[in-house]
Design a protein around this ligand. Structure first.
Ligand SMILES: O=c1[nH]c(NC[C@H](O)[C@H](O)[C@H](O)CO)c([N+](=O)[O-])c(=O)[nH]1
Length: 153
């Protein structure tokens, strides 16, 4: 049986990436952004546009604008939703996830869901640099998906 596996590399050369990052919880989101930019730099990406929005709830609208512009090979959505005392934690988290997925499917451009949803700030810090930087990991997903979409054309 001949099995042909297709997967994306992590080559950033020639790619144009758009990042939408929420300012809410920017102690965490700035670290996610820094990890993502480090990843893109180390994989040869030359052009990254960063758009800042007030909070994660605003991410899908801007992700849609970037994806539909035709200027980007992938869009990375970065945010941090902290339950803490947030009554509408689930609302914000769910709407952002649904919105980002819809933008990706409607536009055909990979939109990576890089919004950490955590119980408290410490959990957030652990994912934004103390134990690992999820921003770097999400950026790797953006590279892989951009390369994969090129192969599937
Ligand atoms: O990105 C976040 N936005 C949050 N709220 C703001 C929201 O994203 C919108 O910016 C706001 O509702 C205005 O539309 C959060 N909390 O409410 O806790 C949160 O934890 N993270």
């Amino acid at each position: 049986m001949n099995v042909h596996t297709i997967e994306g590399e992590f080559n950033g050369e020639g790619l144009k990436i758009g990042i939408v990052v929420a300012r809410f919880n920017d102690l965490l989101t700035n670290e996610l952004l820094s990890g993502a930019l480090d990843c893109f730099e180390r994989h040869g990406v030359e052009k990254v546009d960063v758009v800042k929005v007030p909070g994660s709830f605003e991410i899908p609208l801007v992700a849609k604008k970037l994806a539909e512009s035709g200027k980007y090979d992938a869009v990375l959505a970065l945010g941090a939703v902290v339950r803490g005392e947030t009554k509408h934690f689930d609302l914000v988290a769910n709407e952002v996830a649904k919105g980002v997925a819809k933008v990706s499917l409607d536009s055909g451009v990979p939109v990576i869901f890089g919004v950490i949803t955590v119980e408290d700030e410490l959990q957030g810090l652990n994912r934004a640099g103390i134990k690992s930087n999820k921003g770097f990991e999400y950026a790797m997903a953006a590279l892989e998906m951009a390369n994969l979409m090129e192969k599937l054309k």
